[in-house]
Structure formats: C-alpha cells, structure tokens
Design a protein around this ligand. Structure first.
Ligand code: ADP
Length: 452
C-alpha cells in the first residue's frame, strides 16, 4: 500500500513570509550590512584603521551570507522534507519559496496517493476478481477475489496470464476480445463445478483490465431450464406418437360420421402442431447443449439450393407464389449440412407463410470473394422495425394468431440463430411493413470453400 509523504505545517516563523516581498528580505540584508559598516566606522575612527575595519565589516557580512548559503545547501541536500531553518535575508526568501513549492507539490501528491489508496481499497473489497495485465500479457496487479475465483497467487506476479488460464476458450477470447463484447463464460480453474464470467477491456494501449465474477448459480439455473425443456420434450414424444397413430387410424375409417371426421381432422392437425413443437424444442436444446464448433462438411451449395428450391415448390402449392432461384456463386460452405439446410428452409418457409397468396419469393446464394451470403426475399406482410431486435427470441411472434394459423411454433428463427452461431455466421433482416422482407445469412471466409 502507498504511504503518503507527511506534509509539514508551515513553520510559525514562516507564516509572516507569505505576505513579504523580495524587497523586504533584501532590506534585512542591507540593514545588516549597514549595521556592520556603522560599527566598523566607529571602531575604525577610534583605533585609526578606518579602511581596515570597513573591509572587516564587508568580510563579516560576506561570512554571514556564506553561512546562510551553507544552511540552504545543507537543508536541500539532507532534509528537504523537514521544516527549513529560519534564515533572514534574501537566502531566507529563496529557502522559503523552495519550501513552499515543495510543500504544495506534496499536498497534491498526498491527495493523489489518498485517491489511489481509496480506489485500491475499493478494488480489494470487491467480490469480483480484478486483474491488471500489462502489454506483454504479464500479470501486474490483482485483488484478493482473483485468488478465490481464478487461482492467482503471490508467485504469479509478472507471470504470463495465458500460462495461468490455459483453457483454449480463454486463449481464444484473449486474442480476439473484440469479437466477444459480452465476455466469456468458463469453468473456474479453482473448483470444477464453478463457472466464471470473464470480461476484458483494453486500456492505455495494449494493457488489459480483466474482471471476472461467479456465475455458477445462474449457470445451474440455466442448465436446469435446459434439462427441463429437454426432458419434457422427450417425455411428450411417446404419448404424442401413440395419439397421432390412433387419430390417423380413426380418421382413415370409412364408416365414420362427418361430425366425428371433423373432430378427428382437428385432432390430427393439433397433434401435428404439437409434434412440430416438440421436435423444434428438441432440436433447439441439442443446438444449445452442443457448444462445439459445427462439423466441417463441405456442402455443395448450388446442389443444396436446388434441393431447397424443390422443397419450397412442394410447400408453395397452397400459396401459389412465384418462386425464383438466383445462384451466382460457385463457392461451397463448410459446416453441418443437416443443420444449415434446416436453418435455410426455416427462412424459406417463413417467407412463403408470411406472404399473401400470389407473391414473389426469391432465394439466392452470392459471394463477393471475401464473404458469401444466403438470401431470401419476399413481397409479404413485412415486419415493423420495432420487432426486429427480438425476432430471434424463442416464442417471439409479431402476430401470434397468424403464426399459429400457419402452423408456426415460434421457434424457427431461434433455431436459425443457434445454427448460425455455430457457424460463426450472422443474420441480417431488412423489412418494411406490407412491402416485404429480406433475410440474409452472411458467412465468414473461414466457412467458405472456393473452387480452385
Ligand atoms: P413462427 O414459427 O411463428 O414462424 P419464427 O421464429 O420462424 O416463428 O418467426 C418469428 C416471427 O417472425 C413470426 O411469428 C413472424 O411474425 C415473424 N416473421 C418471420 N419471418 C417473416 C417473414 N418472412 N415475413 C414476415 N414476418 C416474419
């Protein structure tokens, strides 16, 4: 901890100096010289050695000046923080001014040290871990919470942070902090079943401030939620299969009355909806739990686009839209074909569903040499911009009735978002109400395979 320099009070003798001008001090010296000269005159006349006494008077005056100079030098060299000796004359003025400037500086210094001390005490009291890392990745300072959360100990001062926190996810985050503005959740290196959220900020060039806090409770709650959804979806699957099997059998019977036929048709459509919901929930929970980077299959995009186009045509029978396919890129994608196909077809079926009959839907695959994008454009009902930020949340619908009547589960775009996250891709949505929407999926270079 920093110790502030003591700031001495102004000596009482010096108080009066505050208001004195340099001339006042010079007058003291002149008075002394005059005093010596008068004495010398008297003595000189008396003993008959006038000029000799005058010279002695000057020498005496010079000696007093030398003494003052000696005291000034002695104070500056040996004890500059003490109250200075009380010297009269011009040397006293010089000493006092030096002392006053130094005292002023020490007051500012003491204030700064106090401030640093308070800032440091508050960092020490924090429950969150705070670590200062210099531009060479070396640990400079940390608070006690870092010892508990990150396992940093006294011997780690000056050690490379990447040799201490060696998880690949952390190394990756350290090298690309700008890519993860929300920071990183990782296992605590101290306790196996604990999780910490780490967030780093650059300061003063390449130095970094790392803040970490315990998110074990939040992580456990989140895991409980995922497990619950996963379990309930699995549990619902079997009864639903049995129900839809029986309903199908009854619906197919020929001697069924029209009243019962209507009832069974409705039951069938509702069990289909439930089935779709359960399947989407299971897919979403698989995507959420599978934190690994997506598989690295080479996907022949022109062929996938043609397949998606054929599926879209089959789905479009009831809607009668004009469908266009626009491929002007020969580049392929690297990823998981099943998941990407499911994400793309979600976007295409949304475009078909949310466009009034007789519209135009265009799906395309393009690249600019750096990035490539899959795009679906429709002339449908569009989306009010205020809904766009929340559109990929699960069960978020702009118009719930419309979504349900078209067989939507409210999970389609949430699935798209998760699939894209695993492929380091992102979704761009442009839409105007009653004019149509454009959903664009942009893939980074690492996910593309250009033909040789
Ligand atoms: P849903 O199963 O309800 O379609 P999604 O997650 O796929 O769920 O979509 C969420 C909501 O976004 C939809 O309910 C709909 O309101 C809106 N939406 C999605 N795609 C389009 C589109 N192409 N045009 C207009 N609205 C859309």
């Amino acid at each position: 901890m920093y110790e502030p320099y003591p700031v001495p009070e102004l000596a009482r003798d010096h108080q009066k100096f505050r208001y004195s001008s340099l001339w006042d001090f010079a007058k003291q010296d002149l008075r002394l010289l005059a005093f010596f000269l008068v004495i010398a005159c008297f003595i000189g006349y008396g003993i008959g050695y006038f000029w000799v006494c005058i010279v002695i008077a000057f020498v005496a005056f010079f000696a007093t000046q030398m003494r003052s100079l000696y005291l000034v030098n002695e104070w500056i060299s040996n004890r500059p923080y003490d109250v200075p000796p009380n010297i009269k004359g011009i040397w006293g003025a010089l000493l006092f001014n030096v002392y006053r400037a130094q005292r002023q500086e020490r007051i500012v210094q003491a204030e700064m040290v106090g401030l640093i001390d308070r800032a440091q005490s508050s960092l020490i009291a924090l429950q969150e871990a705070v670590v200062l890392i210099d531009e060479n990745q070396l640990i400079e300072w940390w608070n006690p919470a870092s010892e508990r959360l990150l396992g940093i100990s006294t011997e780690d001062r000056g050690r490379n942070i990447l040799t201490l926190l060696r998880q690949p996810s952390f190394v990756d985050y350290y090298n690309k902090i700008d890519d993860s503005p929300d920071g990183l959740k990782m296992k605590s290196s101290m306790f196996d079943d604990h999780y910490v959220q780490v967030k780093m900020t650059r300061f003063g060039g390449e130095s970094r401030l790392l803040v970490a806090y315990d998110v074990t409770r939040m992580h456990n709650l989140e895991q409980m939620r995922k497990d619950f959804v996963d379990n309930i979806s699995h549990e619902l699957r079997t009864p639903l299969t049995v129900l839809s099997g029986y309903i199908e059998t009854f619906t197919d019977q020929e001697d069924i009355t029209p009243r019962w036929k209507r009832a069974f048709d409705q039951m069938q459509s509702q069990t289909r909806r439930m089935n779709a919901l359960v399947n989407d929930l299971l897919l979403l929970s698989r995507l959420e739990n599978d934190k690994k980077v997506a598989k690295n299959q080479i996907i022949d995009m022109p062929s996938l686009m043609n397949q998606l186009f054929d599926d879209a045509q089959a789905y479009n029978v009831d809607y009668g839209h004009t469908l266009n396919l626009d491929i002007d890129s020969h580049c392929d994608l690297i990823g998981s074909d099943m998941e990407l196909a499911s994400a793309f077809s979600n976007l295409i079926s949304n475009a078909i569903k949310y466009t009034p009959k007789g519209g135009t839907i265009t799906m395309g695959w393009h690249d600019n040499g750096e990035t490539a994008y899959f795009v679906v454009e429709d002339t449908g009902i569009g989306i009010d911009p205020k809904h766009l930020p929340r559109l990929t949340e699960r069960f978020y619908r702009v118009d719930s009735d419309r979504s349900r009547s078209t067989g939507g589960t409210g999970l389609g775009l949430a699935i798209v978002k998760h699939v894209l996250m695993q492929h380091q891709a992102y979704l761009e949505i442009e839409s105007k109400e009653n004019q149509g929407s454009t959903f664009k999926v942009i893939f980074p270079k690492e996910r593309l395979s250009f033909p040789d």
